[in-house]
Design a protein around this ligand. Sequence first.
Ligand SMILES: Nc1ncnc2c1ncn2[C@@H]1O[C@H](COP(=O)(O)OP(=O)(O)OP(=O)(O)O)[C@@H](O)[C@H]1O
Ligand SMILES: [Mg+2]
Length: 359
Amino acid sequence: MADARIAEAVKAALASVEIPGGGSLAGYGGLSEIIVTTGAVAFAISVAPGMEVAFGPARVAAQAAAERVVEGRKVMVSVTSDRNQAATGQAKAQGKPGPAPREAVPGVRHIIAVGSGKGGVGKSTVAVNLALAFAAEGLRTGLLDADLYGPSVPKLLGIEGKPAVREDGIFSPHEAYGLKAMSIGSMLTADQAVVWRGPMATSALRQLLRESDWGTLDVLVVDLPPGTGDIQISLVQQVPLAGAVIVSTPQDLALIDAKKAIDMLRRTSIPLLGLVENMSYFVTPDTGTRYDIFGHGGAKAAAERLDLPFLGEVPLHMAIRETSDSGRPVVATDPDGPQAKAFRDIAGRILAAQPQLRP
Ligand SMILES: Nc1ncnc2c1ncn2[C@@H]1O[C@H](COP(=O)(O)OP(=O)(O)OP(=O)(O)O)[C@@H](O)[C@H]1O
Ligand SMILES: [Mg+2]
């Protein structure tokens, strides 16, 4: 069935879903557009602040009704109210119900997020290689690509196609280089990703986290989109995080952006595990000469100023770019080489500070 026909069928199915106060969900003004992709269908129900719990049964019924007509696609339904975090705090202070409490992901012992203030600083490269370095240390490790708008984990790990969906609707993550990996990128085409905003993104994140068969993991590394948007906030709200790693390049500009991400995390209770300086210095492939082209050391100095652990520096090196872009990440394919060592040292520092991550 074509996408538009599926969307219509879902809308029709929602006519049977009752909402609080009477009436059907199909006719409800807070129902979002119904987005249909090759692998998934998503829509959001926006409700007045404080009404999220009351709409819970409608969400469940909507999910079931939609599932009957989407021909095997995953259905992602979210209930959102448009209060922001500050408003949530106020509501709590006034004794009104807050958002659902953070709930651990079954089987996943610890979650570490990798974030940055701005795009293109090498967050995904660091997330993938850090996850591989944890795996090399004997940790059962997963990788979740939460960058809905620019998913890159499938490319970095050389993963193709959609993850398998079990009979009960649970995803079976891809396995690559010993990692269990899930990415929204496996389910969307590039032009579809841009429409997954706000509530849709929150819902997709929840389902990737909670409706994937992670088995038992010591650590799940989450590759975040750049900045401090919906995904970052909903991750922080949805699950307890062991901590966050911030990636920055040495340029001052990137550090100013990194500071925004750090400030946002400091307003939550998420521990900041530290700062990684990526593309720290340039090593020529032929002679191995090192050039500090970007004014190397900026992140280290900034980490000190910001009272953050400095986790290490990763050189700008062709081998890192080439292996990343061809789905053969350097920590997996050349684990004893100097580039891999940079990532393994970072993993080592995190593990030294956070021994509870070990099995
Ligand atoms: N240390 C490095 N040496 C050489 N190339 C690198 C290095 N780190 C990242 N790159 C390259 O830079 C590009 C951007 O990296 P990456 O996709 O990891 O950044 P990102 O911060 O995740 O970007 P986005 O904000 O788009 O998610 C990629 O082509 C990657 O291969
Ligand atoms: Mg990325």
